[in-house]
Design a protein around this ligand. Structure first.
Ligand SMILES: [Zn+2]
Length: 343
């Protein structure tokens, strides 16, 4: 790994990752596995508990390792954006609701990759670390050096990370975590009756807990929230159109599922005034696009006080589908564009 480009402006990604198609890498989410190499891109269902509810964590881990080390891969450098809570410095993988539920993968997952394929130089990072790095290199580029950028993913799970553009760092705790907001207690907007409120805050989370942010706002939560609110049949593919048409039930559903995300943005920007940009990505937010953006803004404006001003100054922006490329972000990390550090 090259030394970090500490003195270069954050706006200049290393030339060898500017052409993202040249990177060989994986993006492993709870729903999809994406692989790119030599300009070829493929997408397959991820070897996740979400896609294979009957399989054990051990069997799922084996399938993941088989995918990563298959004949189509390498040799040379391979970058991996992994949708799991992990320590980017030690490569220790702690868990992932969408990939393994409440189970834990066996220790030494990344070391096992190196044992299976010693001809490959592995660079494995948490997917949100990859995404915030790509955001910093893209939309973060025009910002001044004192700024921070944050990325929130709203997909099969929920998490966020902030990056410091001046120091060119992403600071994580001793355990390697930063921004694991998906398993914090969720909030519910005013409106639902007390019985619905109790049902919402008791919704199960993929981690085994209840009433977490992910239990109300992640992709798998949407049909459950609709049921808890006593709404009609849920059709995710039509949700954006129904909201745009002013359908009362669809508007209520979006209002409830975006509230915990809006509250997270409010807390984040109230605590850290250096945050100049909050990018919101992931399949749920990107798929709903403009209606998701407006729902977040409504929450921030509805409970208006000076904390909503701080949140709006941080330009919460739902990103376009495909705008953030986690594989390119992983390659940027491998090149030292940003460095993960512990205090
Ligand atoms: Zn949880």
């Amino acid at each position: 790994m090259r030394a970090p480009h500490r003195n270069a402006p954050a706006s200049v990604p290393p030339a060898d990752v500017a052409d993202a198609a040249s990177v060989t890498g994986f993006d492993i989410g709870g729903t999809w596995l994406r692989f790119r190499s030599g300009g070829r891109a493929v997408r397959r269902p991820a070897p996740s508990l979400l896609n294979h509810p009957g399989l054990s964590v051990d069997a799922l881990t084996d399938r993941l390792l088989d995918e990563l080390t298959g004949p189509e891969v390498g040799p040379g450098r391979v970058v991996v954006s992994l949708g799991a809570a992990m320590d980017d410095l030690t490569s220790r993988v702690h868990g992932s609701g969408p990939l393994w539920g409440a189970g834990r993968p066996r220790p030494g997952l990344v070391a096992e990759l190196a044992r299976r394929r010693p001809d490959i130089r592995w660079h494995v990072y948490n997917d949100v670390t990859c995404a915030v790095t790509d955001l910093a290199a893209g939309r973060g580029a025009p910002l001044t050096g004192a700024s921070r950028v944050a990325y929130v993913t709203v997909s099969s799970g929920i998490a966020l990370k902030t990056a410091d553009l001046a120091a060119r760092t992403i600071t994580v705790g001793a355990d390697g975590f930063q921004g694991e907001i998906g398993h914090l207690p969720a909030s519910v907007p005013a409106g639902p009756d007390p019985a619905a409120l109790a049902r919402l805050l008791d919704l199960p989370c993929e981690c085994g807990g209840r009433g977490h942010v992910a239990a109300l706002s992640a992709g798998p939560a949407l049909p459950r929230v609709a049921r808890a609110l006593g709404l009609g049949p849920f059709d995710g593919a039509r949700l954006a159109d129904r909201v745009a048409d002013g359908d009362r039930e669809a508007v209520l559903l979006l209002d409830v599922v975006t509230h915990p995300v809006a509250q997270a943005i409010r807390w984040l920007t109230a605590i850290d005034p250096a945050i100049a940009l909050v990018g919101i990505g992931g399949g749920v937010a990107e798929g709903l696009g403009g209606v998701y953006q407006r729902a977040l803004e409504l929450h921030l404006d509805r409970e208006a006080d000076y904390t909503s001003g701080a949140a709006r100054r941080a330009s919460p922006t739902v990103l376009a589908p495909g705008e953030i490329d986690p594989i390119r972000g992983a390659a940027l990390l491998a090149e030292g564009f940003l460095t993960v550090v512990k205090p």
